[in-house]
Write a protein that binds this ligand. Sequence first.
Ligand code: CO8
Length: 261
Amino acid sequence: MQYENILFAAKDGIGYITINRPKALNALNGETLDELGNAAACIAERKDLRAVIITGAGEKAFVAGADIAQMRDQSPAEAKQFSRKAQKVFSAIEHLPQVVIAAVNGFALGGGCELAMACDLRVASEKAKFGQPEVNLGILPSFGGTQRLPRLVGRGIAKELIFTAEPIDAGEAWRIGLANRVVKPEELMEQCENLAKKIMSKGMFGVSLAKAAVNDGMNMDTESAFKYEAELFALCFTTEDQKEGMSAFLEKRSAEFRDFF
Ligand code: CO8
């Protein structure tokens, strides 16, 4: 697929997706969502990539939301289809075997905040602004925000952010647990790469299963989630990485991990 609204690159085991509509502050229209979905499907097959960094083109925005111009005249059926399309694309990103880091370089509003929340980790530039301003437009967050935000920051704060539509700065996003880290704007990509490389140096089979355990376990009752966790733990014992990691510890040397998915 030829991309017109996103950029994709790969280097040193990291895939880079850049939402590339800077004139519209990288707002997500249907075409952009289709391209993102295609990129996620391609990345899911790539064993050479162990981490993915998602960011926005330009100085100002990560993603300033769903494309309001495209949404304005939608019928209820089209609105539902648009919402479901985005939800599916974001779920595909959330369930990638790789670790996905959002490099939040500016506005992450509405669908942009929702995209960032579908990533595993969010590193925010000091210039970033997060928010769910949908009620300003007479709608509600519908790219997964009503579900992911309370799971990340708790129901009370999520409701306040959604009901008031007030944006918050990077420091506040960090304080409430929405951003994992806040960094200087000029260091954003380097910090994301360092974080990705640190994770990539670990046993990635374990990292990938830990991701599944957290993501899927959150949607189960606790007892089922414990059983699921034990199943995934047992799976690790089918790998060379488990033998290598434990042998390396006992032999007082660094482990050389190889397995992924
Ligand atoms: N959609 C379309 N165009 C946008 C969007 C957007 N979300 N955001 C910015 N733009 C465009 C502007 O229209 C403007 O275009 P132009 O130059 O042609 O006039 C250009 O980007 C630059 O924007 P501004 O001039 O407004 O830049 P400012 O620096 O003055 O303001 C803001 C930046 C504060 C980010 C401002 O642009 C803004 O408030 N944007 C909208 C933010 C917003 O409300 N986002 C939520 C959208 S709704 C959503 O995401 C819901 C998801 C669920 C949908 C359910 C499906 C049915």
